[in-house]
Design a protein around this ligand. Structure first.
Ligand code: BG6
Ligand code: MG
Length: 214
């Protein structure tokens, strides 16, 4: 039986993908090109700088390392402007209730996110207190599909990886969980989230029984 739940943030607990998309698109437009919502899917779970490299490649634009740092900072300023206006109503359906349910049933909880803005988002939506450990892009250096972010989470909770269940909306995140020796619950579509032990449309569909049966 699992002992801990590790949650991705963007796309699992809150829908910040739309804000990332708006900010990246504004940057791309400023550089003279555009990209679609379908292309945006490929950026899920990917770190800020890696995302920028992919986007510049779509636009056929090349920049020096220093210029890339500046562009990533500019995008983040626009993104932070949006997330600092977030409210608890932006928590995805069932997410807060599921966190409360697992905590009430003595599971340990951790955040495992690539974002360097996770503390701001959790504070804005008022759920920081529901996590026993917070691991994000400020604490780890290897991007998903590397399992580092989840392994550090397990370590901070003092739970062996095979007793951890990861909740992820990105394929890179499912791969990270599996290569870390953990169970993976995909949030989204089964066709996309191949390799997950279970796929649900959202945390609203998760139950204690489904968690215990993993
Ligand atoms: C992930 C998102 O959670 O965090 C990515 O899915 C994002 O889209 C990444 O690029 C890094 O986020 P941030 O907030 O540090 O730019
Ligand atoms: Mg995500």
């Amino acid at each position: 039986k699992p002992k801990a739940c590790i949650f991705d943030l963007d796309g699992v607990i809150v829908d910040t993908a739309v804000y990332h998309y708006k900010a990246w698109r504004r940057l791309a437009n400023q550089l003279g090109f555009d990209f679609t919502e379908t292309q945006n899917e490929e950026l899920k779970g990917i770190s800020r700088i890696e995302s920028l490299k992919i986007i510049l490649n779509w636009g056929g634009v090349s920049k020096s390392d220093a210029e890339m740092q500046e562009l990533a900072t500019l995008k983040n300023e626009w993104y932070v402007e949006m997330i600092t206006k977030m409210t608890p109503r932006e928590i995805l359906p069932g997410a807060k209730e599921f966190l409360e349910l697992v905590k009430a049933n003595h599971y340990l909880t951790a955040l495992g996110s690539a974002s360097k803005n996770s503390e701001t988002i959790l504070r804005q939506v008022g759920i920081t207190h529901l996590f026993d450990a917070l691991v994000d892009g400020n604490k780890v250096s290897k991007s998903k599909p590397d399992p580092e972010v989840f392994l550090v989470g397990a370590q901070e909770l003092n739970v062996p990886p095979n007793q951890c269940v990861v909740f992820e909306d990105a394929i890179a995140g499912i791969q990270a969980a599996k290569s870390g020796g953990m169970k993976a619950v995909g949030i989204g579509k089964a066709e996309v989230l191949k390799g997950a032990d279970l796929v649900v449309a959202g945390l609203l569909e998760m139950t204690l029984a489904k968690l215990e049966n993993l």
